[in-house]
Design a protein around this ligand. Structure first.
Ligand SMILES: Nc1ncnc2c1ncn2[C@@H]1O[C@H](COP(=O)(O)OP(=O)(O)OP(=O)(O)O)[C@@H](O)[C@H]1O
Length: 387
């Protein structure tokens, strides 16, 4: 056949049915582009992913009743809060062990022994470094027999096998001051000098429900309560979500409140709840004498006792995640949306042509001949090829 050239030819078909179908489809496409793509999906605004930072400070007072002495001690945030980047842990219950360096029976089941052959001197075990002795403990097995354990050198006595936890009172009323700043890169501020920036620090003092939250508030937003998490701890995340229409100005921008708290660890797994150990800087005195425990009278700096209060704290761990978008009118975004939408108009012609050719019964053949015409360009002029 050789080379050929294909070009467009406009065909006007005077048919009210096809006309109605075509303009009906055009109306649907225009409604989709104008209403859905431009208005609902905000195709006239550019979006910028929020880049957020958060600073936290927790304050409050709690009490803990000592189970043995009955004395009530006041604890503040400095005793109970551990900070981490964008989050914190607050203890709602404590298990404390007063320890000094010395020798004592290991407290781990793996350190159980019948005789000294199981205790290899110098070997590291869960509680310390073995001395090579197998010694009696204060524990009894199911048959009432005294349990023997390898003696270790280390911090003594070891933590009890089962935590003896005491719950603090009033931790739910501790307040969390959240200092949030959010920037929208690529969206200039009113002066055009930098990016749009939002903070929750306007005002002269911290405000509950704005930049100040109680532990109760935060837990309740996730359907939790201090009582539920107090003894075992909990691991969660607070989502601070922005969806800001910056055409209304930065002052109209705010995160969704109340924040939503989500659990990040699922219950009934290997590691349930949440707890952290730390050494308290409290002036702790000396641990009491106990069977099998020999305290060392030597420290690295000469005679004396090295003493520490080991604290295992249970409670909620809460991290904050600042996410979201800012949107602002932009000609380029609008023209891209409209341009892409207009391309959909081709669908209307495509559908009408398909209806003409495949769904018009005996007229289909005629429609086809109107749509496609082929000409032969010869030195004597052109001839139309019959279809
Ligand atoms: N958890 C909180 N509960 C109540 N108020 C708080 C809390 N955290 C901070 N504030 C108060 O918010 C303001 C700003 O706190 P910021 O830490 O910037 O200042 P500060 O002077 O160092 O605070 P402070 O010395 O009181 O801890 C201060 O008035 C501070 O007392």
């Amino acid at each position: 056949m050789g080379l050929s050239y294909t070009t467009q030819k406009s065909v006007v078909i005077r048919s009210w049915r096809l006309g109605a179908l075509y303009y009906g489809l055009v109306a649907v496409v225009l409604a989709y582009v104008g209403f859905f793509l431009v208005y609902v999906e905000r195709g006239y605004q550019r979006t910028s992913r929020a880049v957020g930072n958060i600073g936290l400070k927790v304050k409050g007072q709690a009490t803990l009743r000592d189970a043995t002495t009955g004395a009530t001690l006041v604890y503040d945030a400095n005793d109970l809060v551990m900070y981490e980047p964008s989050g914190f842990f607050i203890a709602t219950a404590l298990a404390t062990t007063l320890q000094a360096r010395g020798r004592c029976p290991g407290m781990d089941e793996d350190e159980t022994c019948e005789d000294a052959s199981a205790c290899v001197v110098g070997t590291f075990s869960p509680s310390g470094r073995m001395t090579g002795q197998c010694v009696a403990t204060a524990l009894k097995d199911e048959d009432g027999k005294v349990v023997k354990r390898c003696e270790v050198e280390g911090w003594c006595p070891g933590e009890p096998e089962k935590d003896e936890v005491t719950v603090l009172e009033n931790v739910g009323n501790f307040t969390v001051f959240t200092r949030i700043s959010v920037e929208f890169p690529g969206i200039p501020d009113e002066d055009g000098e930098g990016n749009m920036l939002w903070t929750n620090l306007n005002g002269t003092k911290p405000t509950l429900g704005w930049n100040l939250w109680t532990i109760n508030d935060l837990l309740e937003s996730g359907g939790m309560s201090v009582k539920e998490v107090a003894r075992k701890g909990w691991d969660g995340r607070v989502d601070v979500e922005f969806d800001c229409n910056l055409d209304r100005g930065i002052d109209a921008c705010a995160p969704k409140t109340p924040y939503t708290l989500k659990q990040v660890m699922h219950p009934n797994t290997l590691s349930e709840g949440f707890n952290i150990r730390w050494i308290s800087g409290q002036n702790v005195g000396e641990p009491s004498a106990q069977a099998g425990v020999v305290y060392s009278n030597e420290t690295a700096n000469g005679p004396g006792k090295d003493v520490r209060l080991l604290v295992k704290g249970y409670g909620p761990r809460i991290r904050f995640e600042v996410t979201g978008v800012g949107r602002k009118f932009d000609w380029l975004t609008l023209s891209t949306t409209v341009g892409a939408g207009v391309a959909f108009l081709g669908i209307a012609s495509l559908v009408v042509n398909a209806v003409m050719m495949y769904c018009s019964g005996p007229k289909s053949k005629q429609y086809e001949s109107w749509l496609f015409a082929e000409f032969h360009d010869t030195p004597y002029g052109s001839t139309e090829e019959a279809t």
